[in-house]
Design a protein around this ligand. Sequence first.
Ligand code: ADP
Ligand code: MG
Length: 235
Amino acid sequence: MILLDRVTKTYGKTLGSALDRVSLHVEPKEFVIVVGQSGAGKSTLLKLLTREERPSSGKIIVGGIDYDKLPDKDIPLLRRKIGVVFQDFKLLPNRTVFENVAFALEIVGVSTKEINNTVPRVLEIVNLKDKAKRMPVELSGGERQRVAIARAIVRQPKILIADEPTGNLDPKHAWDVITVLEKINRYGTTVLLTTHNQDIVNKLKRRVITIKNCRVVSDRANAQYNEKPPVVRSV
Ligand code: ADP
Ligand code: MG
């Protein structure tokens, strides 16, 4: 489903690498967690998958699409296969929950009838059916993130990318979001999650890929994540 072969990404000529010869393989329907400290290269990895950034070298193949052979005009098609959610939700503030989700269908020309059919079903998946008429400002952070997830999955992508989706949430709301991601994964979507949250990683018991200094330093099934505290030397 996702294949990276020695992918290196350097931003600009003078800066160091953001990713250095990263190779990995994700099977369809896997749930993969990417961990690493701030600046490790997690978001860069995800942006390469969505084609927001291009690699400096190396090969990327997603869902059978070889990115080297992908013309710009086909990028929207690729993006329909990949749903994305971010830490800061990115909802349209003056549209209702329903309209926020519907928007993702409107822009690709889906009929009103189909929209009215699909959106309630997706809101049900994220446990927000009763909030369809609310405005984003009336929702908690966890609810807003679940609207963002509904919007990301409404076109039934094969892959859902969630870049620190719980970064702004308290533990209870974070778990509501993670529970929804697990449900979507059970329904057959490949999920790629980045997080700093050790508690979430350790309870999920999923494959964990650790990025450190731009490189994959470990890739383990059912892994635990305990970032070592910095060494304090006594004088
Ligand atoms: P993470 O998501 O793990 O915090 P990022 O992928 O955002 O890490 O960043 C990895 C490295 O690349 C960092 O050193 C960061 O400063 C750098 N970087 C990220 N985006 C850009 C950009 N658009 N231009 C220049 N450097 C960038
Ligand atoms: Mg990041």
